[in-house]
Design a protein around this ligand. Structure first.
Ligand code: FAD
Ligand code: NAP
Length: 518
């Protein structure tokens, strides 16, 4: 059974404790887990009340369906009857009712843009809005000349408002290669900012520029080899993607433009882009946490920036399920080597398996060689804020340790000003501590680093610190030696919220604290 009786939720042993404030999961009735929902959608039951008919919905009609027993919601121009889903919604009925009888796209994007609602709610689809709320995105016809710069697009207007020049692209060829050159005219572009995929007939490059994505998306006019190279000239923000031709023919055009080609779009409006990655290894780390290694396809260039996460997607009983995970290094003791990362095709994850969870048991069932879809990176953390840093304090609970892994490796290797890095790591028992011996070795090897373990349910043999995050624990731990300090915090939502309150009490400013959330 995947369900948990409501009175036991939030179970003391569960990661999903209900937060005292903010958004959190609510206890669901027995038989109302997401897995139960998936089963219901497969049962053939008429969930819209329209016997499979799709209709055009006017705004007036939508507004009428605004009660719990008759609740329609519009997301990106599609209308869903969410009444049958109410009791299964992890965020609770009230959260869904906030969008009842209206366009819930913004609310949805604020809370869980990454949830694959198209798949989760496909049996609830009533139809399209008669008047589409958003205008269709422009497609740009490619100029059919060799080496021709494209005319300025809507890109110009958007970036100009931000005080930046608009990106553009060009391409040229030799007998054996085609080079696509993208001029971002930005100084802070690096290899992390460039994501390239060649899947089936589609070639797609996404360049991350501040809060925007500049997209090159074409069906190439000729075949290319699987692998390609990507180079960034950082001081001028020029990107070169060199494709290898399969045949020596001369190309008359780069290809046929596809969705969003040559557009600059707000990153939050681009949707998540996925590629299939192969499971290479899976290795036990604690009794319930494993280190998964996935390999990117050769036709993908993707580097997950330090401190950011990706979404993993699996199809579970016919429904696509998406959850966020934070890549780690293969070990805490591996030095952070930028050049190795350039060609790195492997992504590692430390993932806790929840026997009653929806996603992780399925992930755990995968065999070596099976595929998982991995999204583009997301997250607001920027390692650049660490320049000149002297004190770094890390507060992690359970798998909230995952963002700290790469940050630790990076900081100890790349921030010469750093004098002290301290990690306070909260777990239930000693058996739950991820990479304990590696952490202890690292503390021994690098005198700047120190780790303290705090247990909430220790055995009688435990001599160390115990309890939950508290003023007493923090007052001893957070001793600044300079004003150039930062605190990072990650764990179950209530842990993080409580930690932030305590940090404010200790006069840490907003700028000095970074909390990791979805
Ligand atoms: P879920 O189905 O979410 O269930 C988890 C537990 O809660 C189960 O015991 C389930 O029975 C119970 N439960 C859930 N909802 C209810 C409810 N309403 N009523 C009763 N019981 C309920 N995790 C990692 O292990 N590694 C990472 O690197 C990582 N990175 C993350 C990064 C971000 C940005 C975020 C937000 C989360 C991250 N997580 C990470 C957590 C991860 O995304 C999943 O939440 C986690 O793996 C659980 O997924 P699941 O589907 O298996 O479990
Ligand atoms: P866990 O083992 O259940 O808990 C770890 C520690 O946190 C335990 O000591 C636990 O104490 C304590 N804790 C739990 N709730 C608390 C609260 N309300 N106040 C104070 N302490 C509390 O944790 P987990 O199962 O590994 O879950 C990790 C969480 O981190 C998940 O919610 C995951 O989504 C989140 N996460 C987020 C990110 C991110 O945002 N980037 C990345 C990774 C993980 P008890 O024994 O009392 O429960």
């Amino acid at each position: 059974m995947l369900n948990v009786p409501s009175q036991s939720f939030p179970a003391p042993s569960s990661q999903q404790r209900v937060a005292s404030g903010g958004r959190s999961k609510v206890p669901l009735k027995q038989g109302r887990s997401l897995m139960d929902w998936i089963r219901l959608t497969k049962s053939g039951k008429d969930l819209t009340g329209l016997k499979g008919r799709l209709i055009e919905v006017t705004e007036e009609e939508l507004k009428k369906h605004n009660t719990k027993d008759d609740c329609w919601i519009c997301i990106r121009g599609f209308v869903y009857n969410v009444t049958p889903y109410m009791e299964y919604h992890p965020g609770g009925e009230d959260e869904l009712m906030r969008a009842a009888g209206s366009d819930g796209t913004d609310l949805f994007d604020q809370v869980h843009r990454w949830v694959n609602y198209e798949s989760m709610l496909k049996e609830c689809l009533v139809g399209r809005m008669a008047v589409k709320p958003a205008l269709p995105k422009d497609y740009h016809e490619e100029k059919k000349v060799l080496n021709g710069m494209l005319p300025k697009s809507q890109v110009a207007d958007t970036l100009a408002k931000e005080g930046c020049s608009s990106p553009s692209y060009d391409w040229f060829q030799t007998d054996s290669s085609v080079t696509i050159v993208i001029y971002t005219k930005q100084k802070d572009i690096n290899l992390d900012s460039v994501i390239v995929d060649h899947q089936d007939d589609s070639f797609r490059a996404e360049i991350l520029i501040k809060d925007y994505s500049y997209i090159i998306h074409v069906e190439l006019s000729h075949e290319i080899e699987e692998d390609f190279s990507v180079r960034v000239v950082e001081n001028v923000g020029k990107i070169e993607i060199v494709l290898k031709k399969k045949e020596n023919a001369s190309w008359k055009r780069l290809g046929h433009p596809l969705e969003n080609h040559n557009s600059l779009i707000l990153k939050k409006d681009t949707g998540l882009y996925y590629r299939k990655c192969r499971l290479i290894s899976k290795e036990g780390v604690t009794h319930d946490t494993k280190l998964f290694c996935l390999m990117l396809p050769p036709s993908t260039h993707l580097q997950v920036p330090v401190g950011q996460h990706v979404y993993l997607k699996l199809t579970i009983t016919g429904t696509e399920i998406v959850k966020p995970y934070t890549p780690v290094s293969d070990s805490l003791l591996s030095e952070f080597k930028e050049p190795v990362l350039l060609n790195n095709k492997y992504i590692y994850f430390l993932i806790k398996i929840y026997p009653a969870g929806l996603f992780t048991p399925e992930l755990d069932q995968l065999q070596i060689g099976d595929f998982v879809s991995v999204s583009n990176p997301e997250g607001s953390f920027k390692i650049s804020q660490f320049q000149e840093l002297e004190d770094l304090f890390l507060l992690a609970a359970g798998t909230g340790f995952t963002p700290m892994v790469k940050i630790l490796n990076y900081a100890l290797t790349n921030i010469p000003s750093l004098r002290k890095v301290k990690l306070m790591f909260f777990n239930k028992t000693e058996d739950d501590i991820i990479w304990r011996s590696q952490l202890e070795k690292l503390a021994f090897k690098d005198k700047r680093f120190d780790v303290e373990f705090v247990l909430s349910a220790p055995t009688s043999e435990w001599n160390g610190k115990w309890g939950h995050i508290s003023p007493a624990l923090l007052s001893e731990f957070l001793k600044r030696s300079s004003d150039k300090s930062k605190v990072l915090i990650c764990g179950p939502t209530p842990f993080t919220e409580q930690g932030i309150r305590l940090l404010h009490d200790r006069n840490f400013s907003k700028e000095e604290i970074h909390s990791f959330t979805a």
